[in-house]
Design a protein around this ligand. Structure first.
Ligand code: TYM
Length: 331
């Protein structure tokens, strides 16, 4: 039997290269042989963007970009989180079983609370519970995500296990973070440090035109170059190699690593090659974005059939969960 695969992306902005390489690229591969659910996490985006200028428009943009990247609404169940209100009910029920201490210790909560001192809301604290609800409502086995989601997946497993123990059932499966047997990916930003992120201003977007991509890469942070043969590679340079490792051929990477090791490297050449390979990857998706954006009927149909399929599965789970907990009708 094929696996149930599920993953989501927040609707807080356009998709960047990190989202694509860490997640969406795998969604596209996995939809061929699995029962896949991919969604847009608009409830989650409210934890950090409580009054987004135009939520509806950002959700549509992510949907268009999902489709442009190759997700097929007839192969995968593509949906918008808020189209499936059963997720909110499961979130409420799981919240009774999630403890303040463990939620406060979550790295992403601590990070966001530090950056956002004027809006440390309960939704932010219980973010991993909503994420667990997203995943286990469809009984997912595998969750293709980037490295930054590893801890959230651990929590999802914990909440699933705790539910089973609490009610003495073997009902929910324990989902795993997945990347084809490889390490989960962390795509670095172009600013020399840390990961590529929507709010960091250090990203390359699927919606970026070719010349914008080239310009961003040519401006990426570097240093003055190695002076000793075989010296350690500092973070900003390593970051460019990390992206190159994912988007370029092994020969290309080896070529530039050798030049680095012999102190003959010219960062301009490295960046030009990297830009070439990133453009090769993004240009076809970029062209599709405009095409799909103009086809409103296709976008609407995708959202509609996805919502119907996702609800069917979620309604069944909620019915069973209510039965397990003892929520029964008197009439
Ligand atoms: P989000 O919207 O931050 O990111 C979406 C996906 O992109 C991956 N990603 C990266 N991968 C590698 N390198 C990067 N620099 C990088 N930046 C982002 C993320 O790991 C993620 O896979 N909490 C989730 C959304 C979510 C979800 C879920 C995911 C809500 N419910 C249920 C899976 C299952 C998030 O904020 O992702």
């Amino acid at each position: 039997m094929s696996d149930i695969v599920l993953s989501g992306i927040r609707s807080t902005g356009n998709l960047h290269l990190g989202n694509y390489l860490g997640a969406v690229k795998n969604f596209v591969k996995m939809q061929e042989t699995n029962n896949c659910y991919f969604f847009i996490a608009d409830y989650h985006s409210l934890t950090t963007h409580p009054t987004p200028g135009d939520l509806h428009k950002s959700v549509r943009q992510v949907l268009v970009e999902y489709l442009a990247a190759g997700l097929n609404p007839d192969k995968s169940t593509l949906y918008i989180q808020s189209d499936v209100p059963e997720i909110a009910e499961l979130y409420l029920l799981l919240n009774m079983n999630a403890y303040l201490g463990e939620l406060e210790r979550t790295t992403s909560f601590k990070d966001k609370a530090r950056k956002n001192t004027n809006n440390v809301n309960a939704g932010l604290l219980t973010y991993p519970v909503l994420m667990a609800a997203d995943i286990i409502i469809h009984h997912a086995d595998k969750v293709p995500v980037g490295k930054d989601q590893e801890q959230n997946l651990e929590m999802a497993r914990k909440f699933a296990r705790r539910f089973n123990n609490m009610y003495n059932v073997e009902y929910f499966k324990e989902p795993v973070a997945y990347n084809f047997g490889n390490e989960l990916v962390k795509v670095p930003g172009l600013d020399g440090t840390g990961k590529m992120g929507k709010s960091e201003g250090n990203g390359i977007y699927l919606a970026d035109e070719e010349k914008v991509i080239r310009k961003k890469i040519m401006r990426a942070v570097t240093d003055s170059g190695p002076t000793e043969p075989n010296s350690a590679i500092p973070e900003p340079i390593q970051n460019l190699f990390t992206i190159m490792d994912i988007v370029s051929t092994p020969d290309t990477v080896e070529h530039f690593k050798n030049l680095y090791n012999t102190c003959e490297i010219r960062y301009g050449d490295l960046k030009k090659q990297l830009a070439e390979d990133v453009v090769k990857l993004i240009a076809p998706i970029n062209a599709k974005i405009a095409e799909i954006d103009a086809d409103d009927e296709y976008v609407k149909r995708a959202a509609k059939i996805g919502a119907e399929k996702a609800r069917e599965s979620a309604v069944k789970t909620i019915k069973e969960v209510r039965e397990i907990i003892g929520i029964r009708k008197f009439y």
